[in-house]
Design a protein around this ligand. Structure first.
Ligand SMILES: [Ca+2]
Ligand SMILES: [Ca+2]
Length: 153
């Protein structure tokens, strides 16, 4: 034996990298390597999809927190599904998730508590309106997919 090196914690980039190198599921979460893919990385909060399809946020502290609702939610399906999770952000102290309804063409906002549990929702009819442009600016995403974040010029 020459040397050893240890890693604190299973849910860390170092641990995921080891899983990838050795092609083993070291932390036994069912996934080899980093289980998270980034859906959105703007602003103060990242929106992540775990390998099992569940949605998580990652804040500046680098820890992941699951987004939860009473009926359970999943990001699986992405653009082809009716509901698409676009972004997560803490806006004026409130944790919020922005959704896009791809079939009926409107945005919907979730207000969540400090642990990212759903508290209330608010919907917006139609894409071409000031409320939608304001949401785009707050979340820094192009929710109505007109190529512009915020009000059209
Ligand atoms: Ca964000
Ligand atoms: Ca837009």
């Amino acid at each position: 034996m020459q040397s050893t090196s240890g890693f604190d914690g299973f849910n860390t980039p170092a641990a995921w990298a080891l899983e990838t190198s050795f092609q083993v599921d070291g932390n036994k979460d069912g996934i080899i390597g980093n289980p998270y893919s980034t859906l959105e990385a703007q602003g103060n909060t990242k929106l992540l999809r775990r390998g099992d399809g569940l949605a998580f946020v990652e804040t500046g502290a680098g820890t992941q927190q699951e987004i939860s609702a009473p009926w359970g939610i999943s990001t699986t399906g992405s653009d082809s599904s009716e509901w698409q999770m676009l972004a997560a952000e803490t806006i004026t102290g409130v944790n919020q998730v922005l959704w896009r309804n791809n079939t009926a063409s409107f945005l919907n906002v979730w207000n969540l508590d400090a642990n990212w549990n759903l508290q209330s929702t608010s919907g917006f009819d139609g894409f071409n309106r000031p409320a939608v442009w304001a949401l785009e600016t707050s979340f820094q995403v192009d929710g109505n997919k007109d190529g512009i974040i915020g009000a059209p010029v």
